[in-house]
Design a protein around this ligand. Structure first.
Ligand SMILES: Cc1cc2nc3c(=O)[nH]c(=O)nc-3n(C[C@H](O)[C@H](O)[C@H](O)COP(=O)(O)OP(=O)(O)OC[C@H]3O[C@@H](n4cnc5c(N)ncnc54)[C@H](O)[C@@H]3O)c2cc1C
Ligand SMILES: *[C@@H]1O[C@H](CO)[C@@H](O)[C@H](O)[C@H]1NC(C)=O
Ligand SMILES: *[C@@H]1O[C@H](CO)[C@@H](O)[C@H](O)[C@H]1NC(C)=O
Ligand SMILES: *[C@@H]1O[C@H](CO)[C@@H](O)[C@H](O)[C@H]1NC(C)=O
Ligand SMILES: *[C@@H]1O[C@H](CO)[C@@H](O)[C@H](O)[C@H]1NC(C)=O
Ligand SMILES: *[C@@H]1O[C@H](CO)[C@@H](O)[C@H](O)[C@H]1NC(C)=O
Ligand SMILES: *[C@@H]1O[C@H](CO)[C@@H](O)[C@H](O)[C@H]1NC(C)=O
Ligand SMILES: *[C@@H]1O[C@H](CO)[C@@H](O)[C@H](O)[C@H]1NC(C)=O
Ligand SMILES: *[C@@H]1O[C@H](CO)[C@@H](O)[C@H](O)[C@H]1NC(C)=O
Ligand SMILES: *[C@@H]1O[C@H](CO)[C@@H](O)[C@H](O)[C@H]1NC(C)=O
Ligand SMILES: *[C@@H]1O[C@H](CO)[C@@H](O)[C@H](O)[C@H]1NC(C)=O
Length: 529
């Protein structure tokens, strides 16, 4: 083809998309107006490419720069809901106009599922719906989908020094996405996942109706607590049970390089960490660091701990069950629970808890995450080969998160999240880079996939299980421009949900038979599954 023809052809394509998308978005906005209270015009909440703050609103909650490149498809509009009625109008109008809906709360989805699609779409942004109402006397709270983990921790601490909530270490995770994908953190061995502590919810269903636990029914209430909310409706708010924490908890972070004997300690960790007292959670975090030998790299392993008690009891527990760690009193920091949430977000001990309220900013890095479950101890030889791979790849790190405790007591069908008893730990793989451009994206995606292949012998098999909140489209994905492909659905569905996938499909087919709420890894519909 001659270049001039190619240019003419691309202009033609641009014109076509311009002509076909314009009328539908105008009519969509008209529809929103028709479905909103005239005293509170919805136009103040709708941003198209023509509004000067469009880019800023789009980017602020894009955590992964891999999904904000010049090639990333942009939404036709962003609806920043300021009232629940805006959510209802958006669902009704997106459905009637055949426009795909992407629901975003905190924007931390690793694969950008909340703000990117390959078909014309709008973003329903929930961040402004972020009220948190704490009821200390009843030990409960209502939290809106747009509230962040940091805000929730802060508001609990304002009301009580002896309550907390088990959720993630990141502070800008949205309650909408984070909880509906399970939600785990450093209290999971004591209290389970976020979803294990949710007692009610309010959602907008596919017909634009607001439902609570009673009116949605137990099947839907089960499905949204770990099955991913965005397959079933829009989460407006959750009612959570606060959990008891002591006035002071103990945190620590110590490190050992491979040269300092890290491999032996990690080997011992995997034998004991899932059996330690449930008040104690010790994360293992291998990273690549400069070695003391000039120009060489090594693997350093950080042991990051959270203990629901004081350091003396911690030290005597460890002295009994994990002396190899060599934890000293001087490594321990006794802090309030709220201060421990700041510590887990990587701030130095002593940082004011005001940082819990920091506003999100456009992500500064490109990344790819993946996950695995480990059921049998990994040998020291295998660990050494894993460290060698990390040194070869450099821009990678891992987190190993111990299970056991409360996680082993909860039935694998109590919620859609199936990874309960029988798991030693969860691995998170992270490949992180700063260089811009497709060449680097391709390179590091390949690194991430090659590394994952190499780990296959050491992790769960048939299925190779994965954690929904560490979203990874490599484990199977539908093309949204197609009707949901059920074969792909079984592929990722069995890894994420195991036997619970069937019930999820039945619930989905019951409440959204036309599959309006869909995305690359949504729960597919099936008439007789
Ligand atoms: C820095 C960082 C730290 C993390 N730490 C942890 C951790 O400690 N523990 C853990 O479990 N996970 C962790 N995660 C993963 C995190 O839980 C998931 O990325 C989660 O999906 C984020 O929720 P969100 O609302 O911020 O994301 P979003 O990108 O807004 O949404 C994620 C998914 O949920 C859907 N969704 C969002 N809001 C709603 C809603 N209101 N109704 C229905 N569907 C909705 C979206 O459409 C999308 O499919 C971390 C991620 C990052 C980037
Ligand atoms: C909005 O309402 C007006 C007046 O009732 C009607 O003419 C129009 O068709 C409606 N538009 C949409 C997109 O619903
Ligand atoms: C965006 O721009 C349109 C007109 O171009 C305006 O009607 C609307 O109110 C603007 N939205 C916001 C949120 O400012
Ligand atoms: C943006 O503005 C242009 C020029 O005013 C207008 O033609 C177009 O319809 C607007 N686009 C949207 C999505 O509102
Ligand atoms: C939404 O609007 C309704 C009706 O006007 C009002 O009662 C309610 O308080 C509003 N909610 C929020 C979160 O503003
Ligand atoms: C606890 O909740 C119940 C039911 O929601 C409510 O009636 C009661 O007032 C609450 N108790 C306190 C002490 O707030
Ligand atoms: C490792 O721990 C030591 C203290 O034992 C500390 O000085 C050092 O900064 C840590 N190294 C890294 C890279 O975190
Ligand atoms: C590691 O060494 C390289 C040079 O070999 C240097 O550029 C880099 O800053 C070092 N990194 C750290 C964390 O010290
Ligand atoms: C650790 O245990 C040994 C005996 O097993 C005991 O002598 C020692 O005092 C204990 N140390 C601490 C800090 O509890
Ligand atoms: C991916 O990485 C592997 C291992 O480094 C390499 O052998 C392979 O050629 C790479 N593939 C691509 C497509 O870059
Ligand atoms: C859509 O999915 C179906 C079912 O897997 C498949 O046969 C078909 O080729 C797909 N179509 C496109 C355009 O990808």
């Amino acid at each position: 083809m001659k270049p001039s023809f190619l240019i003419a052809f691309s202009i033609f394509l641009l014109t076509v998309s311009y002509v076909t998308s314009q009328p539908s978005i105008d009519s969509f906005i008209q529809c929103l107006q028709n479905h909103s209270d005239s005293s509170k015009p919805i136009s103040a909440s709708v941003y198209t490419i023509n509004n000067s703050s469009f880019s800023q609103i789009l980017l602020t909650r894009i955590n992964n720069r891999r999904h904000s490149t010049p090639n990333t498809p942009k939404p036709l509009a962003i609806i920043v809901a300021t009232n629940e009625s805006n959510v209802q109008a958006t669902v009704i109008c997106a459905k009637s106009h055949g426009i795909q809906l992407r629901i975003r709360s905190g924007g931390h989805d690793y694969e950008g599922m909340s703000y990117v699609s390959d078909v014309p779409f709008v973003i329903l942004d929930m961040f402004n719906l972020n009220s948190i109402n704490i009821d200390v006397a009843n030990e409960t709270a209502w939290v809106d989908a747009g509230a962040t983990t940091g805000q929730i921790y802060y508001r609990i601490a304002e009301k009580s020094t002896v309550h907390g909530f088990p959720a993630g270490a990141g502070l800008n995770l949205g309650a909408g996405g984070h909880f509906s994908g399970g939600g785990y953190g450093y209290m999971m061995r004591k209290y389970g996942l976020s979803v294990d502590n949710i007692i009610d919810a309010r959602i907008v269903d596919v017909n634009g109706k607001i439902l609570d636990r009673k009116s949605m029914g137990e099947d839907v209430f089960w499905a949204i607590r770990g099955g991913g909310g965005a397959s079933f409706g829009v989460i407006l708010s959750w009612k959570i049970n606060l959990v008891k924490v002591p006035e002071k908890v103990t945190v620590f972070r110590i490190n050992k390089t491979v040269e300092q004997g890290a491999t032996d300690v990690v080997y011992q960790w995997q034998l004991v960490a899932p059996k330690l007292h449930e008040d104690l959670f010790i994360r293992v975090m291998p990273t690549v660091q400069n070695s003391t030998q000039q120009g060489k790299k090594t693997v350093q392993v950080d042991f990051i701990g959270h203990f629901l008690g004081l350091s003396d009891r911690l030290l005597s527990l460890l002295n009994e069950s994990f002396p190899e760690l060599g934890l000293q009193k001087s490594d321990c920091h006794e802090v309030s629970w709220a201060e421990s949430t700041v510590f887990w977000a990587d701030y130095p001990v002593g940082t004011s808890i005001e940082v819990l309220l920091n506003k999100p900013t456009h992500g500064s890095s490109f990344y790819k995450g993946k996950s695995d479950y480990v059921k049998e101890p990994i040998s020291k030889e295998a660990m050494e080969s894993i460290w060698d791979l990390m040194i070869k790849y450099e821009n990678v790190w891992m987190q190993w998160n111990p299970y056991g405790g409360r996680m082993s007591e909860i039935s694998s069908s109590a919620t859609p999240f199936p990874h309960r008893d029988g798991n030693l730990f969860l691995i998170q793989y992270f490949t992180l880079w700063q260089e811009e451009g497709d060449m680097f994206i391709n390179h590091y995606m390949n690194v991430s996939r090659t590394w994952y292949e190499a780990m296959a012998p050491y992790v769960s098999k048939t299925p190779r299980e994965a954690f929904l909140n560490y979203r990874d489209l490599d484990i199977g994905a539908n093309i949204p421009s197609n009707e949901t492909d059920f074969t792909e659905g079984i592929n990722y569905g069995s890894k994420l949900f195991k036997d619970n996938f069937k019930r999820l499909v039945r619930v989905k087919t019951m409440v959204d038979p036309e599959n309006f709420f869909r995305y690359e890894q949504s729960i597919p519909t099936h008439p007789s599954y």
